[in-house]
Every structure is written in C-alpha cells, then in structure tokens.
Design a protein around this ligand. Structure first.
Ligand SMILES: *[C@@H]1O[C@H](CO)[C@@H](O)[C@H](O)[C@H]1NC(C)=O
Length: 327
C-alpha cells in the first residue's frame, strides 16, 4: 500500500510526522478490514482454490503444476467481477502517484525515497545496492513486447518437454531472465544454466531480478560469454531442455550450426529437446533437404512446429522442436 503524500515528491525530503503516519496507516487498515470482511461474506466463489488438482491431470494437487488452467482463469475472472473492477485512467489519487519510468528514476535519484539514510549511513545499510535504472525496471522494456510474455514461453516449453523440477535446462541467451526466472523458480537449485553475452542484461539479472524475486538460493549457473562457448558448464552435464528464444535470429547461420554441434552431445538422447523460437532460417536457408541432412549429420531430428498463445495479450509464439536421434 502506498503511503499518501500528495504529491509525494513535491519538495525535498518529505517529512510526515509519526503520529499522522500511524493514524493514517491505522485508518487504512481498518477500512481494508471492513472491505475484506464485506467481500468475503458476499463472495459466492467456489469453496476452495485447492481444486487446482482438477485441472492439471497429474493428480498432485497443483504442486509442480506449470500451466494456467481453465479453473484458474475462471477464478481470476470471478475475482475481477466480484470486486467490480474496471480499467480507469491512472490519475493522481489518494496514496497513488502514477509516474512513468523516467519520472520514477528522476524521483529516485533526486529524492531517494520517503525514508532513507543520510551521510555516512547512506552507504552501509544496503546489502545489494541496485542501479536506479534497474529499480524502475527499464529492462522490462527491452524486448519490444510485454515482459509478461516470459511466462507464456516458460509454460509452453515446460509442458512440451515434460519438465520436472529435477530436469536440467540450458537457455542460450537468457538476457534479463524474462523467461529464465520462471524456470529458475520451478527447477531445483543449480539446474538452470544460461549463456548470455549482453553485460547490461546480466546486470539486470544478477543485481535486480534474482534478488528481487528471492531466487538467489537457486544458484542458477549464468555465464557471460559468446560465440557458443559452453565449456564453462562442465563436460558431463546432460540437459533435458535446451532452448533459444529469439536468439538464433541475431546470430550468423554458421555460428548457430557451431552451437548445435557443441550442444548435441549435451542433450539427453531421444527424450531431451531443443526448442528454437520464431524461425529456423539457419536451416531452411540451406533448402529443405539439405537442412534435414545437415541436422542428421549432427544426430538431430526435426520434430515439428508449434504455436503457443499468450495468456495476457494478443500474441502467439512459434517454436521449432528438435531431438537427438541417436545416443
Ligand atoms: C555505518 O557507518 C557509520 C559511519 O562510519 C557508523 O557510524 C554506523 O554505525 C554504521 N552503521 C552500520 C549499520 O554499520
């Protein structure tokens, strides 16, 4: 909940007297209490959301479930309806101070925040000081499409490759972890690996996303490097899933083939999957027959093309699936 100072940053060092602060928090909490209790008495929603298990078909009561079910969607639609929610203009109102990312960054640099340390104390209270650009999530606008689409990619890939938390996954080019975060959260510690060349993206991953999502304990192995150099992931690791989301488009065909050649021995034979998004021009440019032949010489086989609809916006992803055809 935002604490109201209207407008919050209108003057340097906004000071709210403690009694006023306590009183407004109390008042807000009381209102929230009444609001919640009135909602819960008028709610005719299904008795329990533990009915998750019904949708996932694996009888585990939702534990380890990946995809959003029809029940999930019904539930959230109900919540929106029962709370009478509509999109409104996001204008200044009590406790809410809409800002663009640029404005928010300016506020942060200029005013730091309502409560902050001054002088010598400014430098020894923050365990992981994060650059302002990352705090205002500028990197969420790096990909020309909504950040939320990362979840779609995860759900599609995890389901298609029959992932379990014990699986091992390699992403080629994980960027700011728009997709990777969901894998990291789902997989056992150390089971997510990634090769990424863009330094700023990795800063966002390490300095913002992993700590902010509480995922440091998952110890993902994220390596800065390029040119398909996978040596730092160790000689013996076997992946159940290797994927590249909109990465091979930006890499010369020759280098994609080098990468595939190096990766094929790290892919679990038969059951392991390589997924590549958008297109496979690195292969189709050779001509259909030549493309198949080239894959075969590596011990790879094209399985098929898939599309996956986004949950949140009018968009679908195209994915090409490959597997290892010999051990
Ligand atoms: C931070 O540094 C200041 C100045 O050296 C010192 O007085 C203070 O005790 C330190 N605080 C913490 C939490 O270490």
């Amino acid at each position: 909940m935002a604490i109201s100072t209207t407008p919050p940053y209108s003057q340097k060092g906004v000071v709210i007297p403690v009694p006023v602060l306590v009183l407004s928090v109390l008042a807000a909490a009381t209102m929230l209490f009444f609001l919640l209790s009135s909602l819960s008495t008028s709610c005719s929603c299904p008795p329990s959301l533990q009915a998750f298990g019904g949708g996932n078909g694996n009888g585990d009561g939702g534990v380890g479930r990946v995809s959003t079910t029809r029940e999930d969607i019904e539930w959230v639609r109900n919540q929106i309806q029962q709370n009478g929610l509509h999109m409104q203009d996001n204008i200044l109102r009590k406790g809410i101070n809409p800002r663009t990312r640029a404005q928010q960054l300016q506020d942060l640099l200029q005013f730091k925040g309502i409560s902050h340390y001054e002088g010598a104390e400014a430098d020894n209270h923050t365990a992981l000081p994060c650059p302002g650009e990352l705090l205002v999530e500028e990197h969420h606008s790096n990909y020309g499409e909504p950040w939320a689409g990362g979840r779609d990619v995860f759900e599609f890939l995890a389901d298609s490759s029959h992932l379990s938390p014990n699986s091992r996954v390699l992403e080629v080019g994980c960027g700011t972890l728009r997709v990777g975060l969901h894998f990291i959260r789902y997989l056992n510690p150390e089971h997510f690996h990634c090769l990424e060349r863009d330094e700023l993206s990795l800063m966002a991953a390490f300095r913002y996303e992993l700590p902010a999502q509480g995922l440091l304990y998952k110890r993902p192995l994220i390596v800065r490097g390029e040119d398909m150099d996978f040596t730092r992931f160790g000689p013996n690791v076997m992946y159940d899933l290797i994927y590249a989301s909109a990465v091979f488009l930006h890499v010369p065909d020759k280098l994609v083939w080098v990468g595939l050649e190096r990766l094929v021995t790290k892919l679990r034979p038969y059951d392991g999957r390589i997924f590549v998004s958008h297109n496979i021009k690195f292969c189709s440019r050779l001509g259909g027959e030549e493309c198949t032949k080239r894959l075969a010489t590596l011990g790879l086989e094209y399985v098929g093309k898939h599309t996956h609809d986004s949950l949140l916006f009018n968009h679908y992803e195209i994915w090409f699936e490959f597997r290892r055809s010999r051990a």
